[in-house]
Design a protein around this ligand. Sequence first.
Ligand code: NAD
Length: 277
Amino acid sequence: MGRMDDKVVLVTGAARGQGRSHALRLAREGAGVVALDACTTYDHIDYPLPTPADLEETARLVKADGGRIETMIADVRNSDELGAAVKLAVSSFGTLTTVCANAGIGGERGTMWNTHEEVWRTVLDVNLLGVWKTVRAAMPALIDNGGGSVILTSSLGGIRGLRHTSAYVAAKHGVVGLMRTLANEAGQYNIRVNAVLPGTTNTPLAMNKATFRLFRPDLDDPTMDDVRDTMQGLALLPTPWVEAEDITNAVLWLASDESRFVTGVELPVDGGWHAKF
Ligand SMILES: NC(=O)c1ccc[n+]([C@@H]2O[C@H](COP(=O)([O-])OP(=O)(O)OC[C@H]3O[C@@H](n4cnc5c(N)ncnc54)[C@H](O)[C@@H]3O)[C@@H](O)[C@H]2O)c1
C-alpha cells in the first residue's frame, strides 16, 4: 500500500531538482504523475537551465521505479498549456487530486534599485503569476474530484527579506498570500491549500557560481565548499543546506491523507533558518 495510491498529481518544474524529486517519490508512493516543465532559457538567468532531455530523464527514472508518469513541455506562464496538462492528467489517470506548483526561477544579482524592470517582470511572471495560473487551471478538476491538496512552493524568502533578490522575495511572499486566500476559498470543496518554504536547497537554482560569489565576494572563483561555513551560520541545525528529498518529504505529507485536516499553513524546511535569532 502506497501513501498516494489513489492520487493523481500535477507537478510543475519537474525536469530536475525538487520537481523531479517530488515526481519520483509521489509516483513511488502510488500516484499517477503528470510532470511538466518549460525546459526553456531566460535572458537574464546566469545558471544553467534544464533541457527536454532532463524531463525525459525524470520520466525514465519514474518508470524504472515502476511508477506511472506522463510528461509535457509546458510553461507555467501559458494558461492553454496548463489546461492541456490538466486534461492529460484526467485522460491518463481518470482525475486530478493534487497539485505541486513548484516551477520557479532565481537569478537576480543586484539590489532592488539596480534590478532591471524586465527581470522583475519575468521573475513575477514565473514565480507568482505562474503559480496562480497553475492553480487556476487545476481548480475545476479538483472540484470535480470532490476534493484535493494544493501545495505551493514558496521559499524562506516568502516570510522574510533576503538581499539581492527583491523580485524573488516579493513573488514568494505573494505565493504565501495566495495560499492563505485560496485555502479560505477552497476549503468548502474539501480542497486543502498549503505552502512549503524551502531554505537553501542543493539544486542548480541555488548552488551555482553566481550564488557562491554573493556569499563569498572575497574569492575569485568560490566553490560549494567555500560557502559551506557561511550557509551553516544561517541555520540552527547542523546542516548548511537541505536536499531536494527533504522538501519532498514535506510535500508528500501535505499531499497524502496523513495531513487531511491541515490547510492554510506555510511549512519551512530550512534547518531552522526562519527561526534563527
Ligand atoms: N533551491 C533553493 O535553494 C530554493 C529555495 C527556496 C525555494 N526554492 C523554490 O523551489 C522550486 C524548485 O526549484 P529548484 O530548487 O528545484 O530549482 P531548479 O532550477 O532545479 O528547478 C526549477 C524547475 O522549474 C522549471 N521552470 C522554470 N521556469 C518554468 C516555467 N516558466 N514553466 C515551467 N517550468 C519552469 C525549470 O526548468 C526547472 O526544471 C522553485 O519554485 C524555487 O523558487 C528553491
